[in-house]
Ligand binder design. Sequence first.
Ligand code: F6R
Length: 241
Amino acid sequence: MRLSITILKDYDSVSREGADVVAGVIAANPAARIVAAMGDTPQGLYGELARRSDAGELDASGLFVYQLDEYAGVGPEDPRSLAGWLVRSFMRPLRIPPENLVLLPRDADSAAYATYDRSIAEAGGYDLVILGIGPNGHIGFNEPPADGSAPTRAVALSPASIASSARYWGSADQVPRRAITVGIAGLLKARKMLLLACGSHKNEIVRRALLGPVTAEVPASYLQEADEVTVLLDRAAWNGS
Ligand code: F6R
């Protein structure tokens, strides 16, 4: 197990350092299987990768991209879907062909999600998982309580997640109440995990996740048990100011 925590000056430094980590994975395996979170935090990293790709410094077009989570009942063609955002902010700018996107099962039963988890494991598991952390310690939409054995499944979104998704939906009323998420168990099997957090509003949860006990009440605390985790924080996320 290897957990490294790096505190950087600001958001742009986190984005650049994160892009270096992703570029390293691509250099080692241009056809790597990558899970890329949505949300605001990794957008700077994705923008930096796109800049390097445009400058001819990076070729990410051979990556296979696996969806991390999705609002229930929202198809990839819906601009509010996380899949749509993934295509717009990650795949298209990096010239990754649409057929390299692996979507989560939709409207499935638990047997179908279990089949999905098995198919990922049989394909060799994820090479890299890029994560943000929710205000309640969620990773993906693994809402508390969720422990290290949580499989891919449909979940009820917590009030905290509904409130934090409201900015993408116009208002909290419009946010779907359910979502589908890759489970913590599948994420933990990844060869490498990259967690990004920025801003003083993440300070308390970052400290609980990285320094506190491993507990289902803070799903991100299970990262302490992963094989290789790189955590990149800005000063505000670490110090609280
Ligand atoms: C989104 C996702 C979420 C976010 C988390 C942090 O695909 O998986 O777990 O990573 O809610 O969101 P931001 O980065 O917007 O603070």
